[in-house]
Design a binder for this molecule. Sequence first.
Ligand code: ZN
Ligand code: ZN
Length: 227
Amino acid sequence: MVEIIPQVHQIDGVNANSYLVFEDDGSLTLVDAGMSKDGKKILNYVETNLSKKPSDIKTIVLTHSHIDHVRGVYALKKATGARVAIHELDADYLSGKKKEPLPKGAIGILFRILSPFFKFTPLEPDQKLNENDRIGHLVVLHTPGHTPGSISLYDQQNKLIFVGDTIRYNNGKVGGPPKSFTPDMAQATKSVRKISNLDFEILLGGHGQPLKTNAYQKVKELSATLG
Ligand SMILES: [Zn+2]
Ligand SMILES: [Zn+2]
């Protein structure tokens, strides 16, 4: 069981990272859906560690459309009845109307070869998000670059932010998004700067570990190194 703060849990063993947020009415919001095999772990966590029902997950919000964050969403929506929300600029990737651009360089060639294995069941989102929309007490911030519709979710009350793949904390280091998977690094850098102007203590990324102290300070430093 990984409790970040009493209202926010990270589900262990799910990749990319998935988080559960308690709303004031006792319902749950799921941030990112992991791979298809992760659905069971997420529902198991809800029932075993939180003593809640799958149907208590009312919303699944996706930080962006990459497969490691969305592949589990179809089965999870079916199991929970939750509504699915994603930024409007990533919605067409989720619904299959548009194809994700391939990663840059050699890794892109590898992806082309492996692409039959990266298929997922497309899903029409229930809600297309925009800047300043709210999901419970989370505020949507558009932080594009890694994908056109990448978002961060800001919880001002708890001084906590979910950043998807725009920033990651791994082995004691804060870094920007992975270059080969980020079509627009200039835009991503702007997004890091936008996040660095907020007030928060805790940073929760789509990969790596939670950063639980002085996150604001470390993101400021990252923003300075990105120029
Ligand atoms: Zn990603
Ligand atoms: Zn990712």
